[in-house]
Design a protein around this ligand. Structure first.
Ligand SMILES: *[C@@H]1O[C@H](CO)[C@@H](O)[C@H](O)[C@H]1NC(C)=O
Ligand SMILES: *[C@@H]1O[C@H](CO)[C@@H](O)[C@H](O)[C@H]1NC(C)=O
Ligand SMILES: *[C@@H]1O[C@H](CO)[C@@H](O)[C@H](O)[C@H]1NC(C)=O
Ligand SMILES: *[C@@H]1O[C@H](CO)[C@@H](O)[C@H](O)[C@H]1NC(C)=O
Ligand SMILES: *[C@@H]1O[C@H](CO)[C@@H](O)[C@H](O)[C@H]1NC(C)=O
Length: 409
């Protein structure tokens, strides 16, 4: 009897421990709708745990579990009824896309509409047209423009530059006047957009077209939603400040290891992937004085600029400083060629500060910039426009983007 009671006590404490761990979301003061966010956070912790167990016991790698659980979570949402859109899954130049167009367009074959090309997020190895369907569908519904969501190839099966090449191919096609007309698109009114890793692909794609004098059309706008803009400084204040993080997987090293298919050690998060020489050369692109003062109360200036990195890591990581991976690490002269830009940032985000720096540098170089910063929310929150974890902030963010598109595109 005593043994049984003891066992019961042990099991109960383990369960309480697990629930407490799942329920606890640090740094969440002031964040609204925490009941839902706790549930969301718990699901992410479970996915992360299952991924680790699976990898440890030699079933599937963690990235595979994470990628596929995103798809399963999305399946839990209500099926949509009778939305006022034509939605077509097809390919452009061999790249999978989903095209959303207004229903009434079929009555008028000659009508040309603005278009939004969208690259989904997911750290370059997760995410899909499906996981971001609620964003792209709402964009199409609320703007009445054409939206093209791009199913670019993912790492690690297809490392850099495969995904980027796909994004450029689709953009190239849509910017061609003849092709665009076939899709009822006005090639002079095309916006490039994306969230997180997709924001990186959008910024790189926009730069490529803006910087190529052979191109007759360039995108009219770029819309960057908490984008990844640089892999030079992993010790900006937003990386160092404790914050509410929902997506626990793949910080720094692992993501890059998958994306560029080179061995990258965790040393990268203490900036050990650059030499003192490189730190001197690149610092001017990542100027801390452009980060708002309130975010630099504790971390006032770059910390590791006089420390040499790890030679093996420096060699493997050289590539990530290229503008095709780090679109912030670009000369002012090239930045000035960029189209009008909308940048969305949130406070609980490691990527927060690089966007502040990018926005400030674009403005200084004469680019028309609208920067909307949202407090008390986390990286990835725009994804939650419907379903179990629907968030008010996601709707506010979306309607602000829609307003900008209606004004500018
Ligand atoms: C990644 O790199 C390794 C070693 O260079 C190579 O053998 C492998 O084929 C690469 N993987 C992919 C998916 O390209
Ligand atoms: C822009 O084009 C010039 C000339 O081709 C090239 O030297 C430069 O590296 C390009 N910049 C970017 C950011 O790609
Ligand atoms: C522009 O086109 C010319 C001729 O086709 C080519 O030589 C040149 O490299 C191109 N420039 C760029 C920036 O792609
Ligand atoms: C336009 O620029 C893109 C990106 O650099 C390139 O892939 C494409 O070939 C260019 N198109 C023309 C017509 O020069
Ligand atoms: C890496 O960074 C740490 C801390 O900034 C430093 O002490 C160390 O010397 C660096 N280099 C190597 C090779 O780890």
């Amino acid at each position: 009897m005593a043994r049984k009671l003891q066992l019961l006590a042990i099991i109960t404490s383990i369960l309480i421990g697990i629930f407490a761990y799942l329920y606890h979301v640090p740094n969440s003061e002031g964040v609204p709708q925490m009941d839902r966010i706790r549930l969301l956070s718990a699901s992410m912790k479970i996915i992360s745990f299952v991924g680790q167990v699976s990898e440890t016991f030699g079933f599937a790698p963690a990235w595979y579990v994470q990628r596929n659980s995103g798809v399963i979570l999305k399946k839990l949402k209500p099926t949509e009824v009778n939305v006022n859109l034509k939605i077509e899954d097809t390919t452009i130049d061999g790249v999978r896309v989903r095209i959303y167009s207004p229903f009434d367009l079929k009555d008028d074959k000659t009508k040309l509409l603005p278009a939004i090309i969208f690259f989904h997020g997911g750290a370059f190895y997760m995410g899909s047209i499906e996981t971001h369907h609620s964003i792209t569908r709402e964009l199409a519904l609320q703007t009445s423009f054409i939206v093209i969501s791009v199913g670019y190839r993912l790492a690690p099966e297809y490392p850099f530059p495969a995904g980027l090449d796909d994004c450029i191919k689709v953009t190239q096609y849509v910017l061609d006047t003849n092709n665009a007309e076939k899709l009822n698109i006005d090639s002079k009114r095309v916006a490039i957009s994306g969230d997180s890793a997709g924001g990186n692909l959008a910024a790189v794609t926009a730069m490529r077209f803006a910087n190529n004098s052979n191109n007759s059309s360039i995108p009219r706008l770029q819309i960057l939603i908490y984008p990844v803009l640089q892999f030079f400084d992993f010790m900006v204040p937003s990386y160092l400040t404790p914050a509410l993080h929902i997506f626990h997987f793949g910080r720094g090293g692992l993501v890059l290891e998958l994306y560029i298919n080179k061995s990258i050690s965790e040393d990268i998060i203490i900036n050990n992937h650059t030499s003192i020489e490189q730190k001197k050369q690149y610092r001017r692109f990542v100027d801390w004085s452009l980060i708002p003062n309130e975010y630099r109360q504790i971390y006032k200036k770059p910390i590791t600029d006089n420390i040499d990195g790890n030679p093996k890591l420096i060699e493997n990581a050289k590539q990530i400083l290229h503008p095709d991976l780090s679109p912030l690490l670009v000369e002012n002269e090239d930045l000035s060629k960029l189209p009008s830009t909308y940048i969305l940032t949130v406070d609980h985000d490691r990527l927060r500060d690089e966007s502040f720096i990018y926005a400030a540098r674009l403005k200084t170089n004469g680019v028309d910039v609208v920067h909307r910063h949202y407090e008390n929310t986390f990286h990835g929150s725009l994804t939650f426009l419907d379903g179990l974890f629907e968030l008010d902030i996601a709707h506010r963010m979306l309607s602000d983007i829609v307003q900008y598109l209606k004004d500018k595109l």
